[in-house]
Design a protein around this ligand. Structure first.
Ligand SMILES: Nc1nc2c(c(=O)[nH]1)N[C@@H](CN(C=O)c1ccc(C(=O)N[C@@H](CCC(=O)O)C(=O)O)cc1)CN2
Ligand SMILES: NCC(=O)N[C@@H]1O[C@H](COP(=O)([O-])[O-])[C@@H](O)[C@H]1O
Length: 225
């Protein structure tokens, strides 16, 4: 009997992809895996409500708190504060607290970025890599196409401009280079000239909700190896 695998989900917003994972887990589609913790970068993320509705422990880890006493002009100060944000996040994920190990903390087997809207620095990635903890990310674009934010809008506009004929969604491993990690799953979508941004966005989100489950299963299969 294989042990239950624990998934920690990072969010920043509505959490519809978190909800897709919660629903899939409840249907047994993730095997012996459960969403055991949620961390949000924003306090008003509705994904926190979704977690609470399913009794999933959550917490908020806000970059704004680290910037609070540092003027915008103080670039070095903000850079150091952001590194501390990443270091603390790594300790929270790996050990259960930014102050070090927490007794009976259950370390996750997989971290899923499901709409986590902050670039993770080596201060986070190196700590997580040291314990061989895989991280995957959902990105609403094809590999190497529209890295970063607003990818849906950018892909749609490029389609309207006749520059490309397809967009899509991918689940990829997270590395320091943003959205350039090895793709685990790619789902292509045709771009239609007669389609509004809202219509394309709806197709993207529907595809995401399938991809996040399939991609998480693939990542869990690698964990089990
Ligand atoms: N090191 C990595 N960090 C993250 C990755 C990654 O592949 N490597 N994926 C992202 C998720 N993401 C796109 O899929 C993404 C999210 C946010 C940003 C970004 O530029 N964020 C800005 C803030 C933007 C804002 O506040 O609107 C920032 O972090 O300063 C890029 C890509 C998760 N992290
Ligand atoms: N670059 C990362 C990125 O753009 N992620 C996007 O954030 C949204 C999260 O939605 P959700 O909070 O409803 O799951 C999703 O559309 C996801 O592709």
């Amino acid at each position: 009997m294989s042990r239950e695998l624990n998934i920690l989900v990072l969010i920043s917003g509505s959490g519809s992809n978190l909800q897709a994972l919660i629903d899939a887990s409840a249907k047994g589609l993730l095997g012996h895996a459960r969403i055991h913790r949620v961390i949000s970068s924003l306090a008003d993320a509705y994904g926190l409500t979704r977690a609470a509705n399913h009794q999933i422990p959550s917490q908020v880890h806000r970059l704004k708190e680290y910037y609070a006493s540092i003027p915008k002009e103080d670039k070095e100060g903000r850079k150091a504060a952001r590194e501390q944000f990443n270091t603390d996040l790594a300790n929270i994920v790996v050990h259960g607290s930014k102050h070090g190990s927490v007794a009976d903390y259950v370390r996750p087997d997989l971290v899923v970025c499901a709409g986590w809207m902050l670039i993770l620095s080596p201060a986070f990635l190196n700590v997580v890599a040291e314990v061989n903890l895989p991280i995957i990310n959902l990105h609403p674009a094809l590999p190497g196409a529209f890295d970063g934010t607003h990818a849906i809008d950018r892909a749609w506009q490029a389609g309207q401009d006749g520059l490309i004929t397809e967009g899509g969604v991918m689940i990829h491993k997270v590395i320091v280079e943003v959205d350039r990690g090895e793709p685990l799953l790619v789902k292509k979508l045709d771009l239609r000239k007669d389609e509004t941004l809202e219509q394309y966005e709806e197709r993207v989100h529907s595809t995401e909700h399938v991809a996040i489950v399939e991609g998480t299963k693939l990542a869990l299969d690698e964990v089990k190896l």
